[in-house]
Design a protein around this ligand. Sequence first.
Ligand SMILES: *Cc1c(COP(=O)(O)O)cnc(C)c1O
Length: 400
Amino acid sequence: MSLAHGRSYLAIPGPSVMPERVLAAMHRSAPNIYEGDLVDLTGQVVADLRRVALSTSHVAIYICNGHGTWEASIANIFSRGDKVLSLQTGRFGQGWAAQAEAMGVTVEALDFGLTTPVDPNRVEAALRADTGHDIKAVFLTHVDTATSIRNDVAAVRAAMDAAGHPALLAVDCIASLACDAFRFDDWGVDVMIAASQKGLMVPPGLGFVWVSDKALAVSRSADLRTPYWDWAPRIAPDFYYQHFCGTAPTHHLFGMAESLKMILDEEGLPHVWARHQALARAVAAAFEAWGQGGDLALNVADPAFRAGSVTAARIGQGGAERLRRWCEAEAGVTLGIGLGMAAMGSAEADDFLRVAHMGHVNAHMTLGVLAVMEAGLQALNISHGAGGIQAAAAVVAAGA
Ligand SMILES: *Cc1c(COP(=O)(O)O)cnc(C)c1O
């Protein structure tokens, strides 16, 4: 008999778990979109978006998902025929580059594989080789959600500086903002993108782009800009509707204000980062114990490069997909599928899964997921080492 009835838990890396308070803040009648509370609230959301990125940059808000922010960044940075240096550690880095290519940008890709982070030395070498400065921007995915690799943004910035290259540094933080430490100003980032439904704990529907003065100057001559994606009016609107190129995303703005208050003014950003990292360590500890007695392994071997928001792992002989199905059907928890680790639809693709610990997630939820997974390993006779839950509990006992 299934034990899935009860509150279900979507433990995938977006949409993330949303606080009831965020949903409650959105549960209201439509406000006046010309003046009053909503206009004031928008200014506060923009100011808080700067704070959450440790940034003094410009901020543009779009009604879109993460793919929309990819398009926004590309449209404002490049002209047809310009070149991007794309640093790839998984499916999401590849996707951003593919979108740029489809829009007429020439892509030079550096592929670092699916288990190891970006090597800054290769970035420096590629930029030094670009003596004509054809590369207009470097694309870096902070956390690639497919592989759960977390890249070192400051190290990539240092490589660009060492090469003396003027390209913009553009970073995809869709899976890391408000989960893993990110410092827009300190790390010399020019463009950063995020979306509402991941660390920011709001339903899918809003995309955000942070823009440095240097990137704003570059965008003035970018010929891929179109009226909807042009970030200039959104950053500095003459009229309120220009913030959004039309009707404001009324209810999402109320949700954002509430979630940013919880992150910045209640829990505090350093605690939010530490909580995510502690939950990631608990998941890693369980997998390390399970892997002692079976064909289970974390995707990222070096703890320094593991994401705080999501953990990708392998369970051989299709065990990952069988476990995922068991957890949903028998225990009401949905794990993430493997993405980009093997050809879609192939037998190997069934060896990969992802456990998210992103957003409004605490120790009891992550320990609950891990205990359910261990029950599933038992029920499915997937051989695994003992002590996974004990190891995860020890991480929680040690605290953040
Ligand atoms: C989720 C995600 C995206 C895509 O976002 P969508 O909202 O699904 O379009 C892009 N990049 C990263 C790193 C992500 O985690």
